[in-house]
Write a protein that binds this ligand. Sequence first.
Ligand code: ADP
Ligand code: MG
Length: 359
Amino acid sequence: MAKITLQNLRHSYSANPTSPSDYALKQIDVDWQDGGAYALLGPSGCGKSTLLNIISGLLIPSHGKILFNDRDVTTVPPDKRNIAQVFQFPVIYDTMTVYDNLAFPLRNRGVDEARVAKRVHEIAEMLEVTAMLKNRASGLSPDVKQKISMGRGLVRDDVNVVMFDEPLTMIDPHLKWKLRSKLKELHQRVRATMIYVTHDQTEALTFADQVVVMQDGEVVQIGTPVDLFERPQHTFVGHFIGSPGMNVLKCELREGVPLLGGHPVALEGPINSGFGKFEIGIRPEFVSLAPQGLPAVIRKVSDIGRHNVVEAMVGDQRIAAVIDGPVPGQGDAVHLAFNAAQTRLYRDGWIATSPAKAA
Ligand code: ADP
Ligand code: MG
């Protein structure tokens, strides 16, 4: 297994890139620690597959370097990088048995049959496919085929990294959670460096210890699921993660105090200096109904099981609040209170407040 370093990485598919929009990857600097479980999370088109293909060697970046354990592999071909990659669609041989499919990556490397048998049985146990080892792959359902595909990615124990590119896309929703938790368990058992690419926050947050959030060819934040939830470094992260996502509210700054619909709003701590477009960010979990506070009008109430999500209007801005207990009705006038410790200011999208120092 290896530590993977991406240094000053940029990539353009165009031969003569002229503007930033010509770059699928604008600037990437990341360290992936040996044995870590990482997710690469971002919307379709943000550059996730491009980044994976650069790590696996299918693509040579226009600028920058890739290091495995501090060794430069930027121009090393894919078959010399010792990487396992699991794709969106199952890659298995229909005419072979499940056993032979799982054995393939090992036999391909000249591993002896005794060792092949040991590894195949271990992986089959973990994936709960032992009973079908003798079956032809052609008769299997797509879910099972994808499970075997994952098994092929995990069977070698000498790889630098195992990469998964949206592996659950084709899987039935009710089976997704099962494979998702299986993968987490597999990581805990094999302890390989794993990179899991997805546009689905639930998949990323369940699988990874560290989530790398990408937007438009750039990394906007790297952190634990808790970091991403509690202190989004960018409004994009706040909005993309959580359901509903963080409220991002235009505000005006007057003498260092943000005003929302003319009312002052208390922040978590001091504002870093600078000019730009200011927005308040607060998660719906930290907005409550109160006897006094920001005047608002209820627009919609949705029951989401354990809680209600209340959407209230302050002027032309919509604020979501997660409320336990009784909720007002549509059209009611209410007051909203923000938990100040969880209320942050963003400047041009980036966080611009620091937490208050403990006394
Ligand atoms: P993701 O995997 O996050 O959906 P991709 O890495 O596939 O994103 O794509 C990033 C950007 O690069 C997109 O704008 C996409 O259209 C572009 N792109 C991807 N592959 C190619 C290619 N082979 N040639 C030209 N442009 C590409
Ligand atoms: Mg992709």
